[in-house]
Design a protein around this ligand. Structure first.
Ligand SMILES: Nc1ncnc2c1ncn2[C@@H]1O[C@H](COP(=O)(O)OP(=O)(O)OP(=O)(O)O)[C@@H](O)[C@H]1O
Length: 279
């Protein structure tokens, strides 16, 4: 089954063409890295895949699990329901900081339970147990009762992955999940994503700045430049020389494994009431 199918997707912001006739197929169970220099269109593509953006009117179409998510620049009526099958992890704003980690993970149930139960935080014992298991799965069972804002950046990303497990998503889209992390935390997060892909058969699309992580953890890489796909194939075949040829001076930010990492902590959602995307 095809997990994600993108056809002829273009998107402009004013005069800036962020995506330029992108077509892409990702099969169920794949783990795919999306790489590209800053501004190449990775986040814009991910935002389209989860229905947060619509493409230009015309021939574009995005199918998720063989159902149209958007067609001709219009979101399908079922798009909201379809989002339940897509877990999203962002570089920042992953968790509601004032809530406990466990509650954040429990928010993964929201698409499947009555709104009133979610609003009042009335989760069943079984749901709480599943949330605790998900935290154990990502290696941080001990932080369940901590406020999310007190977690380290790597722990926050792991809690966000736990939330997608509770959501029981078929597809996990991670938009630069390791960009703010130190190398050890980045490796841990990538290992967890790879394990979730392998063991739970969740299709993963991970946007990354450094090709080294793509080579190590993702069998397939899709490289974007100026909104166009310029490489799509086995990550092992994407050599440093190819990156230099594709990106020129900008290749440095993709090749040097430690250079562009900013040691900032991913930020939690600051205000109450805001639910992380598709939690
Ligand atoms: N909402 C928006 N309004 C205006 N321009 C936008 C918007 N979103 C993206 N862009 C522009 O589209 C282009 C692609 O941006 P995008 O964020 O998708 O790139 P990216 O590859 O994810 O970059 P980075 O690695 O720096 O996050 C950039 O030139 C960006 O400035």
């Amino acid at each position: 089954m095809t997990a994600i199918s993108v056809r002829n997707l273009s998107k402009s912001f004013g005069k800036k063409r962020a995506l330029d006739n992108v077509s892409l197929e990702i099969q169920r169970g794949e783990m795919v890295a999306l790489i590209g220099a800053s501004g190449s269109g990775k986040s814009t593509l991910i935002r389209h895949l989860c229905g947060l953006e619509t493409g230009q009117p015309g021939q574009s179409r995005i199918d998720i699990l063989d159902s149209a998510m958007q067609d001709g620049g219009r979101l399908a009526a079922r798009a909201r329901d379809m989002r339940r099958s897509i877990g999203v992890v962002f570089q920042q704003f992953n968790l509601v900081g004032r809530m406990s980690v466990l509650t954040n993970v429990l928010l993964g149930n929201l698409g499947r339970i009555p709104v009133w139960r979610g609003t009042f935080g009335l989760f069943t014992a079984e749901e709480k147990q599943k949330a605790r298991e998900a935290l154990a799965r990502v290696g941080i069972p001990e932080v369940a009762w901590q406020r999310a804002s007190t977690l380290s950046g790597g722990q926050q990303q792991r809690a966000a992955i736990a939330r997608t497990l509770v959501q029981r998503s078929d597809i996990l889209l991670a938009d630069e999940p390791i960009a703010s992390l130190d190398p050890a935390s980045a490796r841990r997060v990538m290992e967890i994503l790879a394990a979730v892909n392998r063991d739970e058969r969740i299709t993963c699309v991970v946007s990354l700045h450094q090709v080294e992580y793509a080579r190590r953890y993702c069998p397939r890489t899709v490289a974007l430049r100026d909104g166009r796909i310029v490489f799509d194939g086995p990550s092992s075949e994407l050599t440093d020389q190819m990156l230099v040829d594709l990106y020129g001076d900008n290749s440095e930010e993709l090749i040097l494994p430690n250079a562009p990492m900013q040691p900032a902590k991913p930020r939690c959602v600051p205000e109450p009431g805001r639910i992380p995307a598709f939690a």
